[in-house]
Design a protein around this ligand. Structure first.
Ligand code: NDP
Length: 444
């Protein structure tokens, strides 16, 4: 089957998995030309093998809440592809989690991890557990129940999970603790661990910082300085806050942040003190972004997204499909020059089309947000060596990796008119490495 036929067949087989099909379609349509240059790929039906996950674990998670009531959630782990290294990818706890969303994330992760230059395959996991409003003890009991099932399928050289939406340092700590007890080993089977038990310096910051480093590489191709630029960020979690922190340190102005209830708008730019407030609000008090507007008397768009404000750069850092065609047209009309994705697949296909048509600097998540998993890879390396590297060392490696990913995008995505199609560049570069590794390893 050629690439288009595979896509058609996947649509027939998985009609109820829109996010998975969206991610697959974007990759297949951009790599098709390159794929067709390699008849040997087609002979081994490589594209279909690459689109289908190696295996999926799905299971019931039963746990007891603070009122003594038994709660049941669904848990999953998708082991998508391990051609270039152990399965690697985060765990998401959010009420929207289902198999389609995790399949799209595991598929994307495979290409992203390939781009990092480190030996990591792709995977993703999670649960429809909603951590909002849960006590610390409830979160702990849930994490333990999730791992009581999952632990037998993961390991330092098999499958190494990390955080994602709803899973930060606290949750990784609880999951790793339970894993260690069940597996009776003290190895690097989780990244994003606490610094006291094997975590890497700069891992919490890595996705946000990495996205800014990628953005700087893109801006440099057009000789643009980040200083003074107005940046609209969505989200106020791990990725969003560290993106904001790095931007502030470079003299950019962060004009928006958001959560699933609304957006704050600070036209003159959020200050460092205000960002510190958001860190505490989100990580310690587990409050809502609306409270920021009440504290600092700024504008708040109840239920609204950031994309209507005037900005030079947009960095969507909340969730998938949070920026649609209309949002993209509004951003472009307001003069946006760059969009660099911290979240996974935050722009709908229509929005991506608008950005590519306008030839602005547009970086898809699998390239721009790869800094997180890259430092996870560095955490694995440190755990294997039983050593810890300094923050400066890790940050320098992160900057180098993001530069390298940018170069790969330019290599495969350069257009005759001198612009770079980063979507094509990232997809082709990520694909070629995995494809060659799969070819070399036979039909397994
Ligand atoms: P967090 O849980 O720390 O933060 C998520 C943020 O996004 C919160 O502000 C949350 O608001 C908001 N959000 C979540 N779902 C929705 C929704 N449906 N609509 C609007 N806002 C929403 O997650 P992360 O910062 O870790 O992840 C953010 C994105 O970055 C995800 O797409 C993730 O896959 C991606 N990513 C994360 C990496 C990491 O290292 N953590 C690595 C690479 C990519 P609320 O509190 O209201 O839910």
């Amino acid at each position: 089957m050629n690439a288009s036929e595979v896509l058609k067949d996947l649509k027939r087989r998985f009609p109820n998995e829109p996010e998975y099909l969206q991610a697959v379609e974007e990759v297949i349509t951009t790599i098709e030309d390159e794929y067709n240059k390699h008849p040997e790929f087609d002979r081994y039906n490589l594209i279909e093998r690459l689109c289908l996950p190696d295996r999926i674990f799905s299971f019931r998670i039963s746990w007891v809440d603070d009122k003594g009531k038994v709660q049941n959630n669904m848990g999953y782990r998708i082991q998508h592809n391990n051609a270039i290294g152990p399965y690697k990818g985060g765990i998401r706890f959010h009420s929207s989690v289902n198999q389609s969303i995790l399949k799209f994330l595991a598929f994307e992760q495979t290409f992203k991890n390939s781009l990092t230059t480190l030996p990591m395959g792709g995977g993703k996991g999670g649960s429809d557990f909603n951590p909002k409003g849960k006590s610390d003890m409830e979160v702990m009991r849930f994490c333990q129940a999730y791992i009581a099932e999952l632990w037998r399928h993961i390991g330092p050289d098999t499958d190494v999970p990390a955080g994602d939406i709803g899973v930060g340092g606290r949750e990784v700590g609880y999951m790793y603790g339970m894993y260690k007890k069940m597996a009776r080993e003290n190895t690097g089977t989780f990244t994003g661990k606490g610094l006291e038990f094997g975590g890497s310096l700069v891992r919490p910051e890595a996705t946000g910082y990495g996205n800014v480093y990628f953005l700087l590489n893109m801006l440099a191709t057009r000789g643009i300085d980040i200083k003074g630029k107005k940046v609209a960020i969505s989200g106020s979690g791990n990725v969003a806050t560290y993106t904001a922190k790095k931007l502030l340190s470079l003299g950019a102005k962060v004009v928006t942040m958001s959560d699933s209830n609304g957006t704050i708008y600070v036209p003159e730019g959020i200050t460092e003190e205000q960002l510190e407030y958001i860190f505490k609000l989100k990580n310690i008090y587990r409050g809502r972004i609306k409270e920021f507007a009440e504290e600092y008397y700024c504008e708040y768009f109840d239920g609204g997204r950031p994309w209507g404000v005037k900005c030079d750069i947009a960095m969507p850092s909340a969730t998938q499909n949070e920026l649609d065609g209309d949002d993209a047209r509004t951003l472009l009309a307001n003069g946006v020059i760059a969009v660099s994705e911290g979240a996974n697949m935050p722009s709908t296909p229509e929005a991506v089309h608008e950005f590519l048509k306008a030839k602005i600097l547009y970086a898809p998540g699998k390239a721009a947000n790869a800094g997180g998993v890259s430092v996870s890879g560095l955490e694995m390396a440190q755990n294997s060596q039983k050593l810890t590297w300094s923050a400066e060392e890790v940050d320098a490696k992160l900057q180098n990796i993001m530069k390298n990913i940018h170069e790969q995008c330019v290599k495969y995505g350069s257009e005759p008119d001198g612009t770079v199609n980063y979507v094509k560049g990232a997809n082709v570069a990520g694909f070629m490495k995995v494809a060659k590794a799969m070819m070399a390893q036979g039909i397994i």
